[in-house]
Design a protein around this ligand. Structure first.
Ligand code: XLS
Ligand code: NI
Ligand code: NI
Length: 436
């Protein structure tokens, strides 16, 4: 039985198409900088929002109309949902998906029963992957919904919560491996604090470091070679999440000797909640060789919480794709739509409109970014700005030939620094707008 009987495979129809169920910019086979768009963008659909989101908010229950659901929390319903999800992804033409363990299968009354439920659904996930060729971008474990994690998982004051989380991640890693997952993500969930009076921060951070080392060790043990990611977010659900932004995550990874094992999975709405732009976060991660994957979405500047909307802003996607190209691409990461349709967009077809819009916005951003790079004007201006470091004194300093004393001598002789050149911000902003 089809879950989306009225919808065919979404075609690419080009920029002039008026068909709302067609791509106008995402042509998976189009070559950009010598590689197919499909391989640059590596689009991924998230299971939690797209197949578990009901549209509930603090003021009212879910509104989503999902005819394939039987309303129960049974394994059978979960298995049928998998078939609906793969029909959706296949019709959309998304090559990847991502899920939390608890998105796909219901929890049982014990860990053993929960694992059994998960296995039963994972079997269908495997079958559907086989049937469609759709792959798992990354897996993850939900270490935040169950009340046992009320005070956190790896950072809980209750060592049993830590132990249960360890068991859960162990299983999630096994499942990710069995499905050929290309990565595994740690988003902090409730790893943070609401109040410092009841928090031993140092101890909690040490535990988190230990937890991640256990994950890395277990991955080695079972032969999981996928990429691990840590996903920054500054707040929600806790007041302060430990993985608050890219810089905080990098500091944590360095402190606990995990830089070689994890990269960052950056999410746009989390960047803005942290008071940064996504471009800032991408530059911070990329500059440390830690740009892993992106959770593509957008917030609403007038609301100020994690609204996880689908990205449609071409300026934003252009910035993202400029950074992606600059730092050598996302593979094995991808553009993962950690985004949800609005509560008011409750029909199944809205899931298509939302993803088509996001994919087209990123495809356009990719094409614009490639045009900016091909033109080399931006690059030329940037190179020129640092020209003083390319020869003479600058080159000598960079190569370590100088000290405070030798530089003092030079400046005493010279009397003053050479004149500065304008930063030309407005000119550069205008330049970018020539391509957008
Ligand atoms: C929540 C996070 C979450 C992660 C996966 O804000 O974005 O959805 O991506 O656990
Ligand atoms: Ni996310
Ligand atoms: Ni989010």
């Amino acid at each position: 039985m089809s879950a989306f009987p009225e919808i065919d495979r979404i075609p690419f129809e080009g920029p002039d198409s008026k068909n709302p169920l067609a791509f106008r910019h995402y042509d998976p086979n189009e070559q950009v900088e010598g590689m197919a768009m499909r391989d640059h963008l590596r689009f991924s659909v998230v299971y939690w929002h797209t197949f578990r989101g009901q549209g509930a908010d603090p003021f009212g229950p879910g509104t989503a109309v999902r005819p394939w659901e039987d309303g129960s929390d049974s394994v059978e319903n979960a298995q049928n949902r998998v078939r609906a999800a793969f029909e959706f992804m296949e019709k959309l033409g998304a090559p990847y998906y991502a899920f939390h363990d608890r998105d796909v299968a219901p929890e049982g009354s014990s860990l053993a029963e929960t694992n059994k439920n998960l296995d039963a659904v994972v079997e269908v996930l495997g079958e559907e992957q086989q049937r469609t060729g759709i792959k798992l971008l990354w897996g993850t474990a939900n270490l935040f919904s169950n009340p046992r994690y009320v005070h956190g998982a790896a950072t809980s004051p209750n060592c049993d919560a830590f132990a249960f989380a360890a068991a859960q991640v162990k299983k999630a890693l096994e499942v990710t491996l069995s499905l050929g997952g290309e990565g595994y993500t740690f988003w902090g969930g409730r790893e943070g604090y609401q109040n410092l009076w009841n928090t031993n921060m140092r101890r909690e951070l040490d535990h988190l470091g230990q937890f991640l080392h256990m994950a890395v060790d277990y991955a080695k043990e079972i032969g999981f070679t996928g990429q691990f990611y840590i996903e920054p977010k500054p707040k929600e659900p806790t007041k302060h999440q430990y993985d608050s932004d890219a810089a905080a995550c990098l500091n944590f990874l360095r402190q606990y000797d995990l830089m070689d094992s994890l990269k960052l999975n950056l999410e746009t709405n989390h960047a803005t909640l942290a008071g940064h732009s996504m471009q800032h976060e991408m530059e911070v991660a990329g500059s440390s060789g830690a740009l892993g994957s992106i959770d593509a979405n957008t917030g609403d500047m007038l609301l100020g919480w994690d609204t996880d909307q689908f990205p449609t802003d071409i300026y934003l996607t252009t910035q993202c794709m400029l950074s992606v190209l600059k730092f050598g691409g996302l593979n094995p990461g991808g553009v993962n739509f950690d985004a949800k349709v609005r509560r008011e967009s409750f029909e199944p077809v809205d899931l298509f409109y939302a993803h088509i819009g996001g994919m087209d916005a990123f495809a356009r951003g990719l094409k614009i970014a490639a045009a900016i790079r091909a033109d080399q004007r931006l690059e030329g201006l940037l190179t020129g700005r640092y020209a003083s470091w390319d020869s003479g004194l600058g080159a000598e300093i960079e190569s370590g030939k100088h000290s405070f004393a030798s530089l003092e001598k030079i400046m005493l002789d010279q009397g003053d620094a050479a004149k500065n050149v304008s930063g030309r911000q407005e000119m550069l902003e205008n330049l970018i707008n020539c391509y957008v």
